[in-house]
Design a protein around this ligand. Sequence first.
Ligand SMILES: *Cc1c(COP(=O)(O)O)cnc(C)c1O
Length: 499
Amino acid sequence: MANPISNAAPHINRSEGLIFERSSPGKKAYRLPELDVPEVDPAELLGEAARTDLGSMPEVSEIEIIRHFTRLSTWNYGVDTGLYPLGSCTMKYNARVNEYVARLEGLGGAHPYQPEKLSQGGLKILKLLSDALLDITGMDAITLQPAAGAHGEMTGILLVRAYLESQGNPRKKILIPDSAHGTNPATAAICGYAVENLKSNAVGMVDVASLAAQMNEDVAALMLTNPNTLGIFEEEIHKIADLMHAKGGLLYMDGANMNALVGKTRPGDFGVDVMHLNLHKTFSTPHGGGGPGSGPVACKTILEPFLPVPVVATKPDGTLGFDYDRPRAIGRVRAFYGNFGMHVRALAYIMANGPDGLRQTTEDAVLNANYIRKRLEGVYDLPYSTPTMHETVFSDRLQTRHGVKTGDIAKRLIDYGFHPYTVSFPLIVHGALMIEPTESESKDELDSFIDAMKAIAEEAAQEPNVILEAPHTTRVSRLDEVAAARKPVLRWKAPEQKA
Ligand SMILES: *Cc1c(COP(=O)(O)O)cnc(C)c1O
């Protein structure tokens, strides 16, 4: 397969590493016109605030800087480059209509300090999005403030805490299934709760008998992902909700997997008390480096008084405004009203699709995942035979016989032109390969991915070293992943300042 980025290869030298530094003294990427006003000493205008030492900024020509950033942009892989099957992350296509709408002058140029009277359009967008999300989730009240899923979790659990405190006892523990995303226990801990692990049963669902045994008046809530991180719908969700409520606990739903439910079933109808949504997953706003996130939190009426301030409200004169007069609120969780540009994009996505389109999206996402599952079943081990929804989890059991693990297969996938799937998660599957294609992909793209996965399985049996040394087509191959995570170098530093 052709390497789409090999045209950038001259800029890497395998022995010396990346040729990144192109600065040399005196080069400029600009030329200013002759000064036609009297020259002023900056210190005279700005006093002490005037900066005299400009630091060592890179000095490059215009073409060098253009090539530098253009080249870096081609070294990245994104949903605009190809399939991005990162399970649990819902890396769907970010439709250009969203970007168009978010850039409309009145929206892109809106300022958060604009008076409410002049922000009626923006407020209407917040209201329309809130109403649409409440309709989709079957919940009663919502805040759009949180800036990510994990931030939404924290907001949601603080609502639970405030509510239970108002009942006289915040309680001590939060139950979390062993298949949960790592942010769930982190959230519980940061909100002051002890985490208690809940076992999954043989078919990959919450073990209801264990839940019944573990649920007591010390437990504040259960944090549940549905469908869970195996892609399996919790069939006994009603029973689970009833068990929680019978002992005065609440049911929190991690809504990261809503791409499997939108238009089909609603958490509010199956007993969930509070949940977050990831607009950057389910609702097609850019994810990660592509832009800020958004993690709205929706809840039932009992939790509404505690929602962060402000909330969008209709005033007596019929106009929209922010209501700050909420004495029981948990406070603020984000500056202004969250990432407004993301709210605009999510609403554009919802309105462009409409109810039927959103339902179709869900069906296509589930169909695509099941197409992959069916065609790779037997080539890769399927640890749970329970039907799955929008994502499917294999294990590397058949490949470990040849010394090839899930992380190796993922690296080899890069050579075939695909972003890796999610590696080694969920933790309850040893050597997990978690694949979520989303609805965005054509059958052709899915078939190419399946062909690549089959070819890698064949290689594992015939010539495992090719996989163990992959990737072969990238500028750098196997990196120190621990150092990359623990000591990331995220900004450029002038050479002499390098630590
Ligand atoms: C992505 C994800 C989260 C966290 O969301 P962020 O927006 O990345 O903070 C939580 N739970 C699950 C199941 C997820 O997939």
